[in-house]
Design a protein around this ligand. Structure first.
Ligand code: UDP
Length: 234
């Protein structure tokens, strides 16, 4: 598959056209940002780990009936994906209290939730991804009621599948972010699923094996990505 022009560059990825208008190439960079891009850095080989981890997780989900944009991994840093019309909403699923939820409600990190919590944020770096609800999403015309129902169903299904998958690898899936888009009228899961977008804690010790090591200067950042990749890919 021949790489065409770069038509989008984000914080962690670059998207390229291909000679097929339905397909694009997603290139994974080593760049990392946090706190709405106020903190910037590089995590050596993060792009390679995230590409491989996403490949395994998308393949698992596809096999269980979740439509994803993933087609195939091309090389260390590139995967071929379906071109989606991205719905401008970050969909967050939480199993334990952490991060912005702990802060917003003054709760202790690690507090269990009696059932998974679904959260929506408007995808806007300029505004710092503000939280919105389904009424906003419908009122602003970002998605239809049917699409929102499908997104919620898929998000909870992804949570069940990934929670079990990580549990078998001695990792707790604390929370994660998904993005969805349309392709020929159907809703697909897009973006990536990796330690940049998931919180993963070691069972027992609760050691963080995700981007919080970078966000909070916990050290051994590369090791965490490598370790998650080892467990996910073996
Ligand atoms: N997340 C993400 N991108 C974002 C915001 C959040 O991938 O722009 C992920 C984050 O890694 C975590 C989950 O979504 O796994 C919930 O993040 P939270 O709302 O707690 O925000 P944070 O603490 O990362 O600011």
């Amino acid at each position: 598959m021949k790489r065409g022009e770069a038509f989008y560059e984000g914080k962690a990825k670059i998207l390229y056209t291909t000679d097929d208008p339905d397909l694009i190439i997603q290139y994974f960079k080593d760049d990392a940002t946090a706190f709405n891009a106020q903190k910037r850095g590089t995590i050596r080989e993060k792009g390679i780990f995230n590409n491989k981890i996403s490949e395994v997780l998308f393949t698992l989900l596809e096999g269980k009936g979740v439509p994803t944009h993933f087609v195939r991994r091309l090389n260390d840093r590139e995967m071929l994906v379906r071109r989606l019309e991205i719905i401008p909403v970050e969909v967050i699923v939480r199993n334990l209290v952490a991060g912005s939820l702990a802060k917003r409600l003054g709760l202790e990190e690690g507090t269990p939730l009696s059932r998974p919590v679904l959260e929506h944020c408007y995808k806007s770096d300029a505004l710092g991804d503000p939280m919105v609800n389904e009424s906003y999403i419908l009122g602003l015309g970002w998605a239809t009621e049917a699409e929102l129902r499908e997104i919620a169903r898929l998000a909870f299904r992804v949570n069940e599948l990934l929670k079990e998958f990580f549990d078998q690898r001695n990792l707790i899936l604390v929370d994660f972010k998904l993005e969805f888009g349309r392709h020929h009228g159907k809703v697909y899961l897009g973006d990536e699923i990796c330690p940049d977008t998931c919180r993963l804690w070691e069972k027992g010790t609760l050691e963080k094996l995700d981007k919080d090591r970078f966000r909070r200067d916990l050290g051994r950042v590369e090791d965490a990505y490598q370790e998650v990749c080892r467990r996910v890919c073996s």
